[in-house]
Design a protein around this ligand. Structure first.
Ligand SMILES: *[C@@H]1O[C@H](CO)[C@@H](O)[C@H](O)[C@H]1NC(C)=O
Ligand SMILES: *[C@@H]1O[C@H](CO)[C@@H](O)[C@H](O)[C@H]1NC(C)=O
Ligand SMILES: *[C@@H]1O[C@H](CO)[C@@H](O)[C@H](O)[C@H]1NC(C)=O
Ligand SMILES: *[C@@H]1O[C@H](CO)[C@@H](O)[C@H](O)[C@H]1NC(C)=O
Ligand SMILES: *[C@@H]1O[C@H](CO)[C@@H](O)[C@H](O)[C@H]1NC(C)=O
Ligand SMILES: *[C@@H]1O[C@H](CO)[C@@H](O)[C@H](O)[C@H]1NC(C)=O
Ligand SMILES: *[C@@H]1O[C@H](CO)[C@@H](O)[C@H](O)[C@H]1NC(C)=O
Ligand SMILES: *[C@@H]1O[C@H](CO)[C@@H](O)[C@H](O)[C@H]1NC(C)=O
Ligand SMILES: *[C@@H]1O[C@H](CO)[C@@H](O)[C@H](O)[C@H]1NC(C)=O
Ligand SMILES: *[C@@H]1O[C@H](CO)[C@@H](O)[C@H](O)[C@H]1NC(C)=O
Ligand SMILES: *[C@@H]1O[C@H](CO)[C@@H](O)[C@H](O)[C@H]1NC(C)=O
Ligand SMILES: *[C@@H]1O[C@H](CO)[C@@H](O)[C@H](O)[C@H]1NC(C)=O
Length: 819
């Protein structure tokens, strides 16, 4: 399924604009820091048919399609009043109180734009809430939860004066389990991630704050995500470029771009181009990715901003479709930040000498300002809370060039009653992986042990969450780091609950001590009714993981506890995938994966352990038996020193996550979509709700592109329904799932099962409900690289409904298009 480059070239290699010599010259690799002189040509690396990114110019202009017309006209009037210097600086971030800042223009009553992290909270914000992380929210498989969480997070951002939230995250998707920041994003599946993106963006933007879909695209490793520079020469000597994600056209569409199509369809205000290169060319100056895929094929009407320091050129980035460089007034070289920007004054000069057209500059500002008017941010928007400034590590106060207008109170308390919701979300996103011998829920135990260094309070400081030894892990570090105004920890929450039952509680939080000493010489000589072991696994932006086991000698801790205790219940707080060898231990009766669950983590897990909440969450990835079972290794440890030697070949193509395990029939410990409940569910009678449409066309009718692409792709072509029932004794939420197996006529490499629908339904014991799955055209199509369109294949589709990617209860076979 390789895209024929000659064909793509013929279709898409439009004439490059005449920009002087900037865009297509070989790069002067010895001196990348000079404005406009370091430009990587679009097609430097032609190592295979898919390590190649064709040039696509010019950058499409915003036309307001899809409901943005009025906002665009307001933006036009605004842009008409700007000088070209003001325009140039609006496309360039300036140092200021927020993580990213667009300069205020008091003359026009414009107080600037405040761009803030992050996906789980206001980064390091005072008096603000810490919500459940992205991976936790995805594990809930709950559209309402996703929307509500995003809406509440955005309310807090707005009250602190943020105009743009730097999130949600549609990539990294989780090609590799070692990726350090998959917890910020959602699921190792494009469909589920797409739904999460859409609900999150709607939730944020309905609260009046712009969302930012990041990171575009194929950003699947932290290792060498940025170029390396020589340690001398003020960090301008270029040693090796950032890693290139090399992928074929079909994989691009069906896996990595898929969730971004949902994001654009949800009218996301901006997209962030990523650090990595894509098929040889930096994603922030990759005209195929930005001009063609994002702005033409998906009809994106917002603006593209760079990730912080991901800009490596001026003109080339602008012509390739990037609209805003961040943080702008500063340029990042590796870990070093220097003053000056490829944009800013350099951009004014390029406008003045005709290298960049005023037309293009106007389009950049129009794109930046349209979402602002679309969301009514010009009317009574809260000012930036002065307290965010000193907490902002990106630009220290002494670097601010503009006088920021701090009106209104500082250290505003924006939390409202969000903790109630966060507690509910924390239990709704806890995945019950194992539950034997009636271990859970707990029933008035007489004697319990709470063990593990993840059970207790943060006793080692909480300003900057790090990989600390003691304390529950409910969030992680770097740009996703939060400040807790309080943190409910498991020890405290369970102890409070246990007191009601008169339970004896013993706690041992020192992992080293547990392993070295053993519980038999620590605890009272009586078999506990239950031993709750809390374990964690830290991962954060900037570094990939080097192992998948839980941290702090966790496996040995479980073995030590289980040796003493025949009812050992393990809870993990982790950023993502962990191997769980202890699942085979006869005394480990229950396992729960809670991920990073935010400020109510302790209360939320207590609710599940005691059965006040019946768990319903499902794994958003695969837990394999062994680390070595996973495919798609990261590119690490490149020994050669060539400038472009960091190449990551996505040779697994569509076989990402469960798609790989299924294609090769590899047994797994816990599959994608799996999760237990305190009750049991049945599903039967999967059937067509209406007659299968035998006459739909294989290719979608060509229609003018709307945000999200050809609107025909989003039309429901087929609706299935099935009956789900609660076959146990406790009320709960069932999460029926629908997977599709494409006909054998589909090109080789198509995974055996792909998620295409899910629902979450409340059922009392004995109750039955009909659930339906609307299949959109895109859901039953594959990306045809020759037609450059989504095609519904001929032949028999198998639709499989059940409760995980390996637990199908009812199947329906049918054809959709005439042969
Ligand atoms: C880029 O590729 C196109 C088509 O393959 C070719 O015409 C052009 O000369 C190449 N440019 C460079 C700088 O190699
Ligand atoms: C600052 O805010 C005050 C009060 O809202 C307003 O009168 C003034 O114009 C603002 N100044 C700037 C530079 O935005
Ligand atoms: C680094 O920058 C400083 C100040 O701009 C300058 O004095 C010095 O010569 C530079 N060093 C090198 C190795 O370029
Ligand atoms: C708007 O622009 C998109 C490309 O970004 C194009 O496909 C679409 O046809 C245009 N719509 C109208 C109404 O001009
Ligand atoms: C132009 O860009 C270069 C490279 O980043 C930078 O060194 C220089 O300071 C910039 N000029 C201005 C005026 O910002
Ligand atoms: C125009 O200005 C830009 C930015 O300083 C510079 O890189 C470029 O070489 C200039 N081009 C011409 C034709 O003078
Ligand atoms: C944890 O236990 C080990 C071994 O007994 C001991 O060396 C260490 O000091 C303990 N840590 C704390 C924080 O008490
Ligand atoms: C399970 O627990 C019992 C004590 O209740 C103990 O005798 C046995 O060795 C434990 N098994 C393992 C594998 O630790
Ligand atoms: C643990 O062992 C005790 C006897 O020591 C037994 O009564 C109890 O049922 C066992 N629990 C489990 C979960 O096996
Ligand atoms: C790169 O590696 C080659 C071969 O090992 C060596 O000759 C060369 O000096 C190295 N270059 C740099 C800049 O380290
Ligand atoms: C398919 O058949 C239905 C019912 O006969 C008809 O309404 C519809 O227009 C047909 N669609 C196409 C694309 O021919
Ligand atoms: C549907 O097709 C699959 C795959 O060919 C087959 O295994 C299954 O038995 C069929 N199911 C029904 C209900 O026809």
């Amino acid at each position: 399924m390789l895209s024929p480059p000659s064909l793509l070239g013929a279709l898409l290699l439009l004439a490059a604009p005449s920009l002087g010599s900037d865009v297509c010259q070989a790069p002067p690799i010895d001196h990348p820091g000079t404005a406009f002189s370091y430009v990587q040509p679009e097609n430097t690396t032609i190592l295979s048919t898919y390590g190649h990114s064709p040039a696509v110019y010019p950058s499409p202009k915003i036309n307001g399609t899809g409901g943005w017309e009025t906002a665009m006209h307001k933006a036009k009037q605004f842009v008409n009043k700007l000088t070209s210097e003001e325009k140039a600086w609006m496309a360039t971030g300036v140092p200021g109180p927020c993580v990213g800042n667009v300069l205020p223009i008091p003359r026009l009553n414009f107080s600037g734009l405040c761009l803030q992290n992050g996906p789980q909270c206001i980064e390091e914000g005072s008096y603000s809430s810490v919500f459940v992380s992205g991976v936790s929210a995805a594990a809930s498989w709950d559209r309402k939860l996703l929307y509500e969480r995003a809406n509440a997070l955005a309310e807090e951002h707005k009250a602190k004066g943020s105009h743009v939230i730097l999130g949600p995250i549609g990539g990294p998707l989780g090609r590799s389990p070692y990726n350090g920041r998959t917890w910020e994003g959602f699921a190792a599946d494009p469909y589920l991630t797409g739904v999460c993106m859409e609900e999150t963006i709607l939730g944020m933007q309905d609260a009046g704050v712009q969302a930012n879909a990041k990171h575009f695209i194929a950003y699947e490793q932290e290792t060498q995500r940025n170029p390396t520079y020589a340690p001398d020469a003020n960090a301008t000597t270029y040693i090796q470029d950032s890693v290139s994600s090399n992928l074929d056209d079909r994989t691009m569409h069906e896996i990595y771009m898929w969730p971004f199509a949902n994001a654009v369809r949800a009218r996301v205000g901006s997209a962030m181009c990523s650090y990595n290169r894509v098929n040889g060319s930096h994603s922030c100056q990759n005209s195929y990715v930005l001009n063609h895929l994002l702005k033409t094929e998906l009809g994106f009407q917002g603006y593209v901003m760079s990730d912080w320091g991901a800009t490596h050129s001026g003109v080339a980035s602008i012509e390739s479709g990037m609209d805003m460089t961040m943080p702008g007034g500063f340029t990042v070289y590796g870990e070093l930040w220097t003053e000056g920007s490829f944009f800013g004054k350099n951009l004014t000069e390029a406008i003045n000498n005709g290298t960049v057209s005023t037309d293009r500059l106007d389009d950049m500002i129009l794109r930046i300002m349209t979402p602002y008017f679309l969301l009514g941010q010009d009317k009574n928007y809260p000012s930036v809370d002065a307290s965010v400034g000193p907490l902002n590590v990106d630009s220290p106060v002494d670097t601010w060039q503009y006088k920021w207008n701090f009106t209104g109170p500082t250290n505003r308390d924006v939390r409202g009653n969000h903790s109630i919701m966060i507690r509910e979300h924390g239990s709704a996103s806890t995945v019950l992986l194992k539950n034997e011998k009636n271990a859970l829920p707990l029933r008035k135990p007489r004697n319990i042990i709470i063990a593990g260094n993840d059970a207790g309070p943060l006793t080692q400081g909480q300003d900057t969450l790090g990989d600390f030894e003691y304390g529950v892990l409910a969030n992680s570090g770097s740009s996703g780091a939060c400040r807790f105004s309080y943190l409910s920890n498991p020890l405290e929450a369970i102890s409070a609950r246990a007191r009601k039952d008169g339970t004896l509680v013993q706690s041992y939080l020192n992992n080293t001590q547990i392993v070295e000493t053993g519980l038999s010489s620590l605890a009272i000589p009586q078999q506990p009714d239950a031993c709750l072991v809390f374990l964690k696994s830290y991962s954060a932006e900037g570094e990939d993981r080097s192992f998948l086991e839980l941290d702090w000698n966790a496996n040995a801790v479980v073995e030590a506890v289980a040796k003493f205790c025949n009812n050992t219940i393990v809870v993990t707080n982790s950023g993502g995938i962990n191997t769980m060898p202890f699942a085979d231990n006869e005394n480990v009766t229950a396992i729960l994966a809670q991920h990073y669950a935010g400020e109510e983590t302790g209360n939320a897990i207590t609710d599940v352990l005691y059965g006040d909440v019946n768990p319903s969450a499902k794994l958003p990835y695969v837990i394999a038996y062994n680390e070595s079972d996973y495919n798609a290794p990261l590119t690490t440890d490149v020994k050669t020193n060539g400038t472009w030697d960091w190449q990551s070949w996505f040779d697994e193509e569509l076989e990402v996550g469960y798609r790989y395990f299924d294609a090769h029939n590899i047994p797994v410990r816990y599959e994608f979509g799996y999760g237990l409940s305190y009750t049991t569910y049945g599903l039967k009678s999967l059937k067509a709700k209406t007659m299968a449409p035998k006459n739909i066309t294989a290719l979608p009718k060509k229609q003018p592109v709307q945000p999200g692409g050809n609107p025909a792709l989003w039309e429901t072509v087929y609706t299935l329904e099935a009956e789900v029932s609660n076959t146990g004794h406790v009320s709960g939420y069932a999460i029926p799932q629908l997977y599709v197996e494409f006909p054998s006529s589909t090109p080789a490499g198509t995974p055996p099962s792909q998620l295409r629908g899910f629902d979450k339904v409340w059922l009392r014991p004995g109750q039955k409900k009909t659930v339906s799955f609307d299949l959109m055209r895109r859901d039953v199509s594959y990306w045809d690289v020759v037609a450059q369109d989504w095609r519904i294949p001929t032949g028999k589709f198998s639709f499989k409904a059940g409760f995980s990617s390996r637990d199908f209860r009812s199947t329906l076979n049918t054809t959709l298009v005439a042969a």
